[in-house]
Ligand binder design. Structure first.
Ligand code: BMA
Length: 360
């Protein structure tokens, strides 16, 4: 009996570890499996700070090699970097925010070589109407097999796959990234949103895209992130969930529009749901987008965001882009919250590049 218990004990950690680290892509490349493992190792150590387009531009500057508003403020780089592939599907050279795709590829390489983590979103155009991602003309049913815009969508996925394949290190090894397609689908402002398709259509779109990239195109450097907008509870959060076999990271996007209290209350409520779902489905929880535009509250980082983040397992938090003087989410040196951001940086719960780069 004692021997049996001993064997059981020895087996348990190994089993749960293996279960937890499996990637949705069953043919994941070795670097992808390593990224998945790394996210799990880093999760209990703290929340990684992420920023969209961090090194491409900031408030008052563009394309200056080695520059970052975040680094200018705290002396360190973000641990996580967000990039967007909107307009890649059209065969364009620049994304919807005017960043050249060749630069995005070079940034992704640099980040990876430094030990940082890249995540990619896709504000792809409406494949049925040709309008933007915000054109809510019905399109999902049309791009699924048998639909009128199916061929267009396949061409778009082929271009996406080419880009993903081009993400390699100097010695040709694939660079793993977190891919976050069809984000904020619980809202109805994108063509893949709640009112623009049925639950089955959304799930089919996700599963079809996943299978096409993995199987047809042999893209094996992607972890898949399922990222909602507003939701009330677990049932609501999982209503369009494509299934555990198609997802690695789970998260949601939430911004502060009104007062800090409302933001914190909703954030707590949603992170609680996320924590439960992550535990039962063995997924990595992340706050996939957040921020307070122009950060007019000078202590926002340590008094609004951090007190909530502290209490939940959150792999990373991604702040949106520093796009214009009236549209930015991370501070720059003269910005009102810069000093407070340095406190946020110094807090042991937050992780920046220096703290994660050697953590394999
Ligand atoms: C939005 C804004 C837009 C941008 C889009 C995609 O939140 O920042 O200006 O084009 O994201 O990055």
């Amino acid at each position: 009996m004692l021997r049996f218990l001993l064997i059981l004990l020895l087996c348990l950690p190994a089993r749960s570890q293996a279960q937890y680290s499996a990637t949705a892509d069953a043919q994941a490349s070795a670097p992808l499996r390593k990224l998945s493992q790394r996210l799990q190792t880093l999760l209990p150590r703290g929340v990684m700070f992420g920023h969209q387009d961090d090194m491409a531009y900031g408030v008052g500057w563009k394309y200056i090699h080695g520059r970052s508003d975040v680094k200018d403020v705290c002396g360190d780089w973000p641990a996580v970097y967000g990039w967007d592939l909107g307009h890649l599907e059209l065969g364009r050279s620049h994304n919807l925010d005017s960043v050249p795709f060749d630069s995005i590829r070079a940034y992704i390489r640099w980040v990876h070589a430094q030990g940082g983590i890249n995540t990619i979103s896709w504000h792809g155009n409406n494949p049925a109407s040709g309008g933007s991602a915000w054109d809510t003309t019905l399109a999902v049913a049309a791009i699924l097999p048998g639909g009128g815009a199916y061929n267009t969508y396949i061409t778009w996925l082929d271009r996406l796959a080419d880009f993903m394949h081009s993400l390699t290190t100097a010695d040709g090894s694939p660079i793993p990234v977190i891919f976050r397609p069809f984000h904020e689908h619980t809202g109805s402002w994108f063509w893949w949103g709640q009112r623009q398709c049925t639950t089955t259509e959304f799930r089919t779109l996700w599963q079809f895209t996943f299978n096409y990239l993995c199987t047809q195109k042999q893209v094996h450097n992607l972890l898949y992130a399922y990222s909602a907008a507003d939701f009330r509870d677990e049932t609501d959060y999982l209503e369009r969930y494509p299934g555990d076999a198609f997802v690695d990271v789970i998260g949601f996007d939430q911004y502060q529009y009104r007062n800090a209290e409302d933001y914190q209350r909703l954030l707590r409520q949603r992170l609680q749901v996320l924590e439960r779902v992550a535990a039962t489905h063995h997924k990595i929880p992340a706050l996939t987008e957040t921020g307070l535009e122009r950060i007019p509250q000078p202590t926002w980082w340590t008094e609004t965001l951090l007190p909530v983040l502290r209490n939940y397992p959150v792999s990373y938090v991604l702040l949106w882009r520093n796009g214009r003087p009236d549209h930015y989410y991370a501070p720059y040196p003269e910005q009102a919250s810069a000093a407070n951001f340095r406190q946020f940086y110094a807090d042991e719960r937050t992780l920046f590049l220096e703290e994660v780069k050697n953590k394999k």
